[in-house]
Design a protein around this ligand. Sequence first.
Ligand code: CO
Length: 302
Amino acid sequence: MKAVRTIGKTWKSRPTIEGAGVHLRRAFGYDQVPQLDPFLLLDDFRSDDPSKFLPGFPWHPHRGIETITYVLEGNVEHGDSMGNKGNILPGDVQWMTAGSGIIHQEMPKGDARKHMGGFQLWANLPASHKMMDPRYREIKSSRIPEAILPGGVRARVICGRLDGVEGPAKDIVTDPEYLDVSVPAGGTFEHGVKPGHTVLAYVIEGEGYFDPGRDAYAREAASRNWFDIERNCRCGEGTLVLYGNGDAVRVISEEVPVRFLLVSGKPIGEPVAWYGPIVMNTREELKVAFEEYSNGTFIKHA
Ligand code: CO
């Protein structure tokens, strides 16, 4: 018998402005540390207003983390200090391990309909790997397999394993899983997760029930504001669900389908010293990073 995880907390992503003036919604970030350890940040940059995404993220450094960019619509032009240059297209993932440091730029361009859509997740690195050599993985959409489950549930497996389907992003320090799951109306998705790992879901379309404790009584009680409405009721677009412990998650949809990102990883449990795009363990390491950036010795890779 699997212990199905119940919801620990839910909240909505919030509007914020990043880079050179990109309007996005932040599902979690600095203020939530260390609740989502090993994850640091999740930004939702879906928009249909080019003035709000074209300013982009011009040249900036990263050290001590991984940034994982998943594009749904439009494209992100990028270039970096390792000489990589290209476009992240719809369905593609760029899994970038900054390690000891890279300097890069990320410029969302939108499509012919002026739509831009995607997500950027930041995963922390443990002290033992913060200064590892940087590594880029460009994962084209065609390399991301889709698991087709009973009841018409589909999931793109970016990282991790689902129903015998293995994602292309492998050998990642924090043993993460990253799925893009679509559950049709009236469907159920159940998936084993590792006990002790942090598990989160971010709803990108529709609505669903993310907690097995949901029942008629709970809904009635919530509708009367007897207790926390989000805990037992449905979670809609833009909701971040942070799970409690257990070894499975179960998501149920009723009248409408639901699509969500399901992300899990092994907590690192170390101190976090974070300023802007650099995340280390101590303030001293942060100071060194910014000194190196200003005196031109930041880049360690060949
Ligand atoms: Co960046």
